[in-house]
Design a protein around this ligand. Sequence first.
Ligand code: G1P
Length: 303
Amino acid sequence: MTLLDWKIDMAEIKNVTKAIIPVAGLGTRMLPASKAIPKELLPILDKPIIQYVVEEAINAGISQIIFITNDSKEAIEKHFEKNFFLESSLKKTKKKKLLESVKGIIPENIKITSIKQKKPLGLGNAIYRASDFISNEPFAVLLPDEFLLNNKPLSDLKNMINNFNLSKEGQVLVEKISSKFSKNYGVVDLLKSRKHNQKFKKITNFKEKPKSLKSKEAYRIIGRYVLPSETMSFLKKARPSKDGEIQLTDSLLSMINSEVNLNATLSSSKVYDCGSFKGLIGANIALASKDPKMKRYMKEILN
Ligand code: G1P
């Protein structure tokens, strides 16, 4: 490849404007609360979990959201659609603040599309369902069970997109954990480097939910990814693992083994697993404690 070809090649890599958000999971960990209501609509204070995740994507520069959904999740689509009846009744009763809160859920220029995942065939399959909407361009994936709280001016997702733009290589969000928790997550090995202040590190291995590891600590994957367009062709070839599901992690491993570099961006957020009651309560307490009135109220209860 000549320098000119390389420059043309790089110039052809498009911006990250689309995000895939899989919401087809059954939410069994949240039963019975999630029997009739999608778990993604359970609230953190006054907004459903999914709204925070969509806002996180939009704030990072995403303009098209693709939900991978199923027949029992229509309420998620409804949450982002206009509700004429509710709006006109709030207008009539002059409930201005409430009207604003339901009117402007997402800016008008943001496009939301939904695609059904007919069978629960795993995360890799869910993402591949969006392949017709991803035309030779990078894309983000956000798993809405994970609620990320960050005081930094740039969110982790924005950092990942910046790192993608710098490197033109995929980015996976990670955090350090004790290896005893590795059985719950995808984990990565990173290229050892002496360089300080690296914005991201090259991933040398992926393992999905390993039962044990030699090292005491591990880097686990948090549900945020910025992936190159080639990911879809790897997912197309992917076969189910032992549990019958197509794992995204397996395709990411095939990518690095085929010399498609992927990197890890280290998270600076506090992560709450809102697919569990403990995490959902944690996220509510963490957000409520940012509001002085709520904080006082919580102290009152605990005393
Ligand atoms: C999925 C991924 C896993 C990742 C996790 C993050 O697992 O397969 O690699 O660490 O999301 O939330 P799940 O939690 O869907 O089983």
